[in-house]
Design a protein around this ligand. Sequence first.
Ligand SMILES: [Zn+2]
Length: 295
Amino acid sequence: MTPKLIDIHSHINFNAFKDDGKDVIRRTLDAGIWTILVGSQMDTSERAVWYAEQYKEGIYAAVGLHPIHLVEAHFDVNEVEAKDKTSGFPRKPDVQNLAFTSRPEVFDYNRYKKIAEHQKTVAIGECGLDYFRITQLVTHTAQHEIIEKQKETFRQQVALAREVKKPLMIHCRNAYEDLIQILKEEKAYDIGGDIHFFVSSKEVAKQFLGLGFTMSFTGVLTFTHDYDEVVEYIPLENILVETDAPYVSPVPFRGKRNEPLYVEYIARRIAEIKKLPEDQVFQQLVLNTKRVFKF
Ligand SMILES: [Zn+2]
């Protein structure tokens, strides 16, 4: 079956969906929408694979260790977004409470390799670099240590992606320059993958295109025009769509829990910005996803 759209990055495997994950997946599949459930630590990665196993098609997993889970810290997602003055993030606070305390984890290559090899696992991630959150949390010296740890852990996951021959699902916040440098040093162009939640400039986009990476966009496109220009610039063949549910609900669902069904609102914005018919854009987005994640 060919889906109408594929939400390439959602977290139905997170606690926000612990009571109704299967219902959410059911209405997603019934609407002809597929999704990749993305892990951020070992337990959420295992849960992504577990969910994917329950469905013949349409639900896939990405397994990896997110850079914010290398140290223990308390994150109030809404507060962090409200304070973010540099990235054009929403100032409007969400009413839902998405606060969490990150549990520190050391990347266990062999344990991740086991779930990475699973046939329903289509990517390694989310992995990458996140300098935004650490600058709000710790002293300068500690920051340096954390950054080194993030880089090392990311390189290990690039190596894993290479070994299991699966693409990368990359998280990057306020660290694009360092990320590009690592991708070049690791020769990641022959691994490929996606830069999830892309929020940067044409210049940065150009470098990812040169490395053969796609960039995916979220509900952010529905409440700010800050990224219209970069969406216009990136060829449609190199764009993917995602919800990042439960976070960043698109208009008209701001303040509510996000879910993969809403990916349609983001795809429509891409069609609008590209001034192309919706059907054509939806079909191309699906083709792009199948090409990048090989399913
Ligand atoms: Zn995510």
